[in-house]
Design a protein around this ligand. Structure first.
Ligand code: HEM
Length: 218
């Protein structure tokens, strides 16, 4: 249930942290089920699996960044130019892999499913959309960066991908986005807030399907 008196992002974060496993984050409470929910140090990633993860992730960022770029929804302007956008950088990384001789798979898996779902929400359910927007960007700057480092160490000779670089101070950009979300949600009803929080589990489910690609045999 949504609480009153705190910035809403704190509540979104609290719900998200509980959905981590203890192996993923100290604040996690969920029981380990899928392989992606184990500690990353136990992962055995493959380059092909990681490439699929990057391609599918790009589908989701393409959708999120395309949606907020549209002028027809007033709230989306607030979510534009956060500095956290990842599509372009992922495009550069895929080019780099191509240059190294890897075949780039087409997007056809869980990222495309997720992008369709997000597109649908963006047209009819802004509180649920905002939940996915928050979780996808913040997950990437938290656990996502740990994944990037560990996976690069294991299979990419510590190559620093563009996906894990930001122009400017990341901490500040994250705080700016938190402030914007707090502002946007200030006038929300309890029902809208609860509806947004309830969507978090689905966000983990979709992201988990994409994360698992890193570990799946191709
Ligand atoms: C292997 C998978 C994952 C690992 C290892 C991981 C790890 C972590 C860690 C360590 C933090 C705490 C950061 C901090 O406050 O210091 C965190 C925060 C967070 N994670 Fe994850 N996570 C994973 C997957 C996910 C997924 C699938 C989602 C949702 C789609 C997610 C959403 C978040 C959010 C929203 C935060 C809060 C970020 C913030 O307040 O700045 N994480 N994660």
């Amino acid at each position: 249930m949504a609480l009153q008196g705190k910035g809403f992002v704190d509540e979104m974060r609290m719900v998200a942290m509980k959905l981590h496993t203890r192996e993923q984050a100290r604040e996690g409470e969920k029981e380990v089920k899928g392989p992606e929910e184990r500690s990353i140090s136990k992962w055995n990633p493959t380059v092909d699996g990681y490439l699929r993860f990057l391609v599918e992730s790009k589908s989701v960022y393409d959708a999120l960044e395309g949606i907020v770029d549209k002028p027809d929804f007033p709230y989306y302007a607030e979510l534009r130019n956060t500095g956290l956008e990842r599509s372009e950088r992922l495009g550069k990384d895929l080019e780099w892999f191509k240059g190294q001789g890897y075949g780039i798979p087409g997007p056809s898996g869980p990222g495309v499913n997720y992008a369709c779902y997000i597109q649908e929400l963006s047209e009819k359910d802004f509180p649920a959309f905002l939940c996915h927007f928050y979780n996808f960007y913040f997950a990437h700057t938290a656990g996502g960066r740990i994944i990037g480092k560990k996976v690069a160490g294991k299979i990419l000779n510590n190559k620093d991908l563009e996906f894990y670089k930001w122009d400017g101070e990341l901490k500040q950009m994250l705080q700016n986005l938190r402030d914007k979300i707090n502002k946007i949600t200030l006038g929300w009803t309890m029902e809208e807030k609860n509806h947004c929080l309830e969507e978090t589990e689905r966000s983990f489910k979709y992201s988990g399907d994409i994360l698992r690609l890193i570990l799946s045999p191709v």
